[in-house]
Design a protein around this ligand. Structure first.
Ligand SMILES: [Zn+2]
Length: 452
């Protein structure tokens, strides 16, 4: 008898060490050695980026396999051991969770739960109720908060828009040292795969973005539209240190899956990433730290919106907004703190309608066409060039030329969250055809890529 197993894992890492994707990468190798068949790529599901207790990226993992019923027990044991060995259990706030669901199809209730975990805050009780209802096996370490993400990863089948990420890991001895990847080769790869990969580099700062900082085992990650293109892109890089292993994940990164559309500003609840339309009621001002803040209003209320300094050019565009402009804002809602009111931290902005603005200018001389100047209140105007006087001349009303356009504005890739859909992905959104589910070679050990 064959068994279909969905193994969800979450919250094994801390800010100091580890990475849940690495635990999944280790498991991929072990499970392949157990005569199991992978039903899909390992899934990397990014959850709500606004939860207050996240470590780095708030990502959970799910492995989906077909295995002989008799081997199920030893597989679950292997998962438990691998998580225990690799999780940073001593770190406060790290509360790993493992959930195993057996079944060929994912129940809609779990998918609903997953979507809520990606867009809002859910409680552990809800996860535990579903775990019991669907007779999952579950292991929660310490407080077991990781059960929420582990169950959510199982529940998100990624049938809608999705992307791929190839993650390569460092050998043990190099961890904690500077990552050695040739920058020039990354810029070249970026040009060669343009439109098919994303968030490789930041052009404005001439900086590569595929390598994280910090002591975790990740060497680099390449994001793209297909499994083939991220593998091809990896092959183009000059990597100057040992690669321990690599895995291609299917993921909701770069899909905007975290956004909640709301109808009015009054519905903006803290810790969600909302999309809401309103008009500017307090024009942008720059506050210390070079952040830009404006107030957005609609019939029901108003809310502050902030574009932070690291968003660079985006922040400068935001500064050009004027009262009366109608915009759709995208951003995480932060509850009031340090005397600041509830604020939307802008991730994107779409200018829907620019207000038409006018200003008064001095009249033009009827003789020479140059600008005139006022001779004092009620005294008329005099030409600066030819000296012509005109008692009846009046100031002209001229439109202010706006340098914003009615379009979408997105910050540069360095300021993106994992879930933010980058500019290059617009109109490349895809859904999955079930027949394409079966992964080919999606992992490897050492530097070399397995050829398909
Ligand atoms: Zn004149």
């Amino acid at each position: 008898m064959e068994s279909f197993l969905h193994i969800g894992i979450d919250d094994t890492d801390s800010t100091k060490q580890g990475c849940t994707t690495y635990v999944a990468a280790l498991l991929v190798e072990k499970i392949c050695g157990m005569n199991a068949v992978f039903l899909d790529y390992p899934h990397l599901i990014r959850l709500n980026p606004n939860v207050p207790w996240k470590t780095r990226g708030n990502g959970a993992l799910c492995l989906r396999v077909k295995i002989d019923e008799d081997l199920k027990e030893s597989l679950v044991e292997e998962v438990m051991e691998t998580v225990e060995e690799n999780a940073d259990l001593d770190a406060p706030g790290t509360e790993p969770g493992i959930v195993v669901y057996a079944g060929q199809e994912i129940p809609p209730a779990l998918t609903k739960f997953a979507r809520r975990t990606i867009t809002r805050i859910v409680r552990r009780d809800e996860a535990i109720r579903l775990i019991q209802r669907f007779q999952c096996e579950a292991i929660g370490f310490k407080g077991g908060r990781g059960l929420i993400g582990a169950l959510a990863a199982i529940g998100e089948p990624l049938f809608r828009d999705h992307t791929y990420e190839l993650i390569a890991y460092r050998s043990q001895k190099n961890r904690g040292t500077l990552r050695r990847v040739d920058d020039t080769s990354v810029f070249k790869m970026n040009v060669k795969t343009r439109g098919l990969t994303f968030s490789n580099v930041d052009d404005a700062k001439r900086r590569i973005l595929i390598t994280p900082r910090g002591p975790d085992p990740v060497l680099l990650g390449i994001r793209g539209e297909t499994s083939d293109v991220v593998k091809k892109a990896f092959g183009m890089l000059k990597v100057l240190e040992a690669v321990e292993r690599w895995v291609v994940f299917r993921t909701n990164q770069g899909t905007d899956a975290h956004l909640c559309n709301i109808d009015s500003i009054s519905q903006a609840s803290p810790n969600c990433t909302v999309v809401v339309t309103g008009s500017i009621i307090n024009k942008p001002k720059t506050i210390p730290g070079r952040h830009v803040i404006f107030t957005l209003g609609d019939e029901g209320g108003h809310i502050d919106c902030a574009a932070y300094e690291p968003t660079g050019k985006f922040k400068n565009e935001v500064r050009k907004l004027m009262n009366g402009d109608v915009v759709e804002v995208y951003g995480g809602v932060r509850r009031p703190s340090n005397g600041n009111p509830t604020t939307i931290n802008l991730e994107k902005m779409r200018v829907i309608k620019l207000a038409s603005k006018t200003m008064l200018r001095n009249p033009v001389c009827q003789s020479c066409g140059k600008s005139m100047e006022s001779m004092g209140r009620g005294q008329g105007f005099r030409c600066k060039k030819c000296g012509r006087r005109d008692r009846n001349a009046e100031k002209r009303v001229v439109p202010i030329k706006r340098t914003l356009s009615e379009r979408l504005y997105i910050p540069p890739p360095r300021a993106h969250r994992h879930l933010t859909k980058p500019e290059s992905r617009y109109s490349h959104e895809k859904s999955l055809e079930r027949k394409s589910l079966f992964p080919k070679h999606f992992w490897g050990l050492g530097k070399r890529l397995t050829r398909n």
